[in-house]
Unconditional design. Structure first.
Length: 372
């Protein structure tokens, strides 16, 4: 196995579009790195530059500490798994998996051994005589993985490999690919627009937007300490609530004014806001839906973080209910809360909710950078 290192990599297309901007990213050996971001953010272009399928405009790409900018894709010792599987329709599953080994003129018995080992690991042994048109989407994806596995490459590159699968199968295949990574000890660079895939599969995540890598960290850090409002808003489902408010310093502490609602800012946050010069200034606050509470005990313990709202809609999700709320005031704002499925809140109800102010984020209103 080998690592991947990108140093100030740029991609400018002939039409002038600057798709990837000064990306520097190190993927360690045996790591599962996920590139995540919205469509058009540059993640697939970055992956294709690693693979050698896209020319680098400037910067350097290293695989196993070897500069590969001028090395053809076939000589980079990587294996790529595509969104559309890219199987040969006229070949059987066995032939699809063994094709690259045949090109290497590997002995027939060795080819059989490698294919059978991969098929057994992926639980597709009984499919080896079938052709792709006789397979389900999940089975085709396993075949594509098997074809990559038998090459024993230095790096696996995966470009949205689960996006064509239904929701249930995506969950299953997420687990299968993660288990496969642990068993093989491979280096994986995985591209997705699905933040759930990123959070559940990656040992580290690189969040991209507008061709720029905004943050690289493990999933927990990305979720709990986003560097800016974009990362905070992209990671998490339902998405974080953003609230524009005014920081007000008073004799009884620091408060966040949200229209006609006023909530107290814990002293730990207040010290940071004072030190950074945000006292008596407008900020962008963020609070995740799981930190908006409607139970009476929490509100009784947090009387200075209560907000008056109207319930606009509810969604029962099974283990939880999502409340879609609108604040009561002259300039109402929206809130989403993740609460107990036993909540009594119904559309049209006026209810009070409490914000867990120990779990709030503050961002600069202009730069959207996190204020820590």
């Amino acid at each position: 196995m080998a690592g991947v290192n990108l140093i100030n990599v740029n991609k400018v297309f002939p039409n002038g579009v600057h798709a990837v901007k000064n990306v520097s990213l190190r993927v360690d050996e045996k790591e599962f790195m996920v590139l995540v971001g919205p469509s058009g953010c540059g993640k697939t272009t970055t992956l294709r530059m690693i693979a050698g399928l896209e020319e680098v405009s400037s910067g350097e790409v290293f695989i196993d500490d070897k500069r590969v900018n001028d090395l053809p894709a076939k000589n980079r010792d990587i294996a790529m798994v595509f969104q559309n599987y890219a199987l040969y329709p006229h070949m059987t599953v066995f032939e699809n998996i063994s094709f690259v080994l045949e090109l290497r003129k590997m002995p027939r018995e060795e080819i059989k051994r490698c294919v059978n080992e991969a098929a057994q690991m992926l639980e597709i042994t009984d499919l080896l005589k079938r052709k792709p048109k006789q397979l389900s989407g999940g089975q085709r994806q396993r075949v594509a993985l098997g074809r990559a596995m038998v090459r024993e490459p230095k790096v696996f590159l995966m470009d949205e490999p689960l996006s064509n699968l239904d929701a249930k199968l995506r969950v299953q295949m997420r687990s299968e690919i993660s288990k496969l990574h642990r068993r093989l000890g491979t280096t994986v660079v995985y591209v997705t627009h699905d933040q759930v895939e990123a959070m559940t599969m990656g040992t580290r995540i690189a969040v991209m937007h507008g061709g720029v890598v905004h943050q690289v960290a493990d999933p927990q850090t990305i979720y709990e300490k986003p560097v800016n409002a974009f990362v905070a808003g992209f990671i998490g489902s339902p998405a974080i609530n953003f609230l524009r408010g005014d920081i007000v310093e008073g004799t009884n502490g620091m408060w966040l004014n949200l229209d006609n609602n006023k909530v107290n800012i814990p002293e730990g946050y207040a010290k940071v806001l004072r030190a950074r010069g945000y006292a008596n200034k407008a900020v962008l606050a963020g609070i995740r839906p799981e930190n908006v509470h409607d139970d009476e005990q929490f509100m009784a313990n947090s009387p200075h973080s209560v907000v008056e709202t109207v319930v606009e809609n509810t969604e029962l999700m099974g283990p939880e209910t999502h409340l879609y709320l609108r604040s009561v005031g002259h300039s109402p704002f929206n809130l989403v809360a993740r609460v107990s499925p036993r909540t009594k809140a119904r559309p049209g109800n006026n209810i009070r909710v409490a914000l867990d102010m120990e779990r709030i984020y503050f961002f600069d209103l202009n730069t959207e950078a996190a204020i820590y």
